[in-house]
Design a binder for this molecule. Structure first.
Ligand code: CA
Length: 366
């Protein structure tokens, strides 16, 4: 506990005030570069392929801003999945110091610790806005930083997809029983829930989903939403596009920084990383919000059959997800995060349900 508190103090003391910069992109003045600032080149390993400009692009947004803020002295080189390390080994690689930074989804690592899911998203969890409220201003960051201290990693929110789609299916889902025996690509806790509902769950990196669907190795796959899914061509190899992605109501991607590397940075370089991460976080969500609507329209016009998951599937998934999430609470560290997260969700749902949702429902009805 003592070690964690120390880490927390060291990390938060230097960056907490900068997690949300008041500087808007394009409104940033000349960087204050000091003589004697070190020239650094870091490696950042991503879990995503270069072609996914929204999700992979967040790491490039961060790298570019850090370079700008340090007069070009601090360069972060971004490596797509598979170039230095495989897609699902980003945490390990930053933990070991193979790379100083990573950009990934923490729920890829729930095999190490299920609590890591709360850093990304859990089934029926927080939306992007609710999550950002929780991490930046609701105590979530402290809890997640303590969790990542176990891996010698300092984590920063690094982009959000918003509510995802439920994915591409070549079989209709009209009832819970239709999930039995279905082979589907779906990661994280959502995959565990699907497994309990009878789905044969597959873990496949984003770049390999298309060929798997095409050759019928899987019946269904989820990735993100209209923009990415259109780009990956899923409409050519699957007929039905289901919604909502109840397992990912707001998938938060994360930047990882090796604690040893972080501790060697001058404090204004640390600030540059924190500010750039916050910018990348906002940038990804707003990019998705900018490009998804047109992609969605094109997919529908192109003949994709958009279907809502039936109520009994939603209810079965909800019950199964709640039971699954509850099981982790035998571990005190998990329980602490779970309690805070679920309390936050309860209050946030009541408020957003009254404000955002009522308004959105009315507008959607028009
Ligand atoms: Ca997804």
């Amino acid at each position: 506990m003592q070690r964690r508190n120390f880490v927390k103090a060291a990390v938060l003391g230097s960056s907490a005030g900068l997690l949300l910069s008041s500087c808007a992109p394009g409104d940033i003045g000349a960087p204050s570069v000091q003589t004697g600032d070190p020239s650094l080149r870091w490696r950042l390993v991503s879990s995503f392929s270069r072609g996914l400009d929204t999700i992979f692009g967040a790491a490039e947004v961060l790298a570019e801003r850090v370079s700008h803020l340090t007069g070009g002295r601090f360069r972060i080189l971004v490596y797509p999945a598979g170039e230095l390390v495989p897609a699902f080994e980003v945490l390990e690689s930053v933990q070991k110091g193979t790379a100083q930074m990573g950009h990934t989804a923490s729920y890829y690592y729930i095999g190490k610790n299920p609590a890591l899911a709360f850093d990304t998203t859990v089934p029926f969890g927080l939306t992007a806005r609710q999550f950002n409220g929780w991490v930046y201003h609701g105590g979530g960051m402290d809890l997640l930083r303590s969790l990542f201290a176990d891996y010698n990693v300092i984590n920063f929110p690094g982009g959000n997809t918003g509510v995802q789609m439920g994915g591409w299916f070549n079989r209709e889902v009209n009832a819970v029983s239709d999930l039995r025996g279905l082979s589907m690509r779906i990661p994280g806790m959502g995959g565990r829930v699907m497994d309990r509902l009878g789905v044969a769950v597959q873990q496949i990196p984003g770049g390999e989903i298309y060929p798997a669907l095409e050759r019928g190795a899987i019946d269904a796959a989820e990735w993100v939403g209209p923009y990415d899914d259109e780009k990956l061509g899923f409409a050519q190899v699957a007929r039905y596009y289901y919604y909502p992605g109840w397992w990912e109501p707001g998938a938060n991607l994360s930047f990882y920084v090796s604690r040893a590397a972080w501790n060697q940075l001058p404090s204004h370089y640390q600030h540059a990383v924190a500010v750039a991460a916050a910018e990348a976080n906002l940038d990804m969500l707003s990019r998705y919000d900018a490009v998804n609507p047109a992609s969605f329209r094109r997919l529908v016009e192109g003949g994709t059959e958009v279907r809502a998951f039936p109520r009994d599937v939603m209810d079965a998934a909800f019950a199964s997800a709640e039971a699954l999430l509850q099981e982790g609470t035998a571990d005190p560290e998990y329980a602490k995060i779970f309690d805070a997260y679920t309390q936050w969700r309860q209050d946030a749902t009541a408020w957003f349900g009254t404000s955002e949702q009522t308004f959105a429902d009315y507008m959607h009805g028009h």
